[in-house]
Design a protein around this ligand. Structure first.
Ligand code: DQA
Length: 147
């Protein structure tokens, strides 16, 4: 099983970005935690980060053929991008939407997700553990699907 992990805009700033909201772990540290769990679960992962919507769209299109599903933190694009929603709905791979913070408890403009209605599941608010719970959930889903 192979899973794509995708980080959207501004997530390379983690560690110094609003630590009261996002914690102090850097993106490299988060990726290391994800890689350790993937090893434990016997899953291969492929990780990508971009600040650019078009690059993310290209990535989903390109990578979908070689992964079974995605764990996605689309960051602010979650709340704005119909194009990202269409890409994820279009590539035909299940994905889990994750957020470090509980977006439902924050500003109103973060309450809506274009991605959640087409996601296999969502995990918000557990910091780095959101990614780990999302990966576990996706692997369980893929393991029980008929693919
Ligand atoms: C975020 C939440 C988004 O609202 C925000 O724009 C981010 C990070 C999170 O992981 O909590 O960039 O996706």
């Amino acid at each position: 099983m192979r899973v794509g992990v995708v980080h959207g805009p501004n997530l390379r700033l983690l560690g110094r970005r609003e630590p009261g909201v996002y914690g102090t772990a850097t993106l490299d540290e988060i990726d290391a935690r994800i890689a350790a769990l993937a090893d434990e679960l016997g899953v291969e992962i492929e990780t990508f980060q971009s600040n650019h919507e078009g690059e993310l769209l290209d990535h989903f299109e390109t990578v979908a053929d070689r992964v079974d599903g995605f764990v996605v933190n689309a960051a602010a694009l979650t709340h704005t991008s119909v194009a990202l929603r269409d890409a994820l709905a279009g590539v035909g791979r299940p994905f889990v939407e994750v957020h470090l913070s509980n977006t439902a408890a924050r500003e109103g403009f973060r309450h809506h997700s274009f991605l959640a209605p087409v996601a296999a599941g969502v995990v918000y608010g557990f910091g780095v553990d959101s990614y780990l719970l999302g990966l576990r959930g996706l692997v369980a889903r893929l393991g029980t699907s008929a693919r």
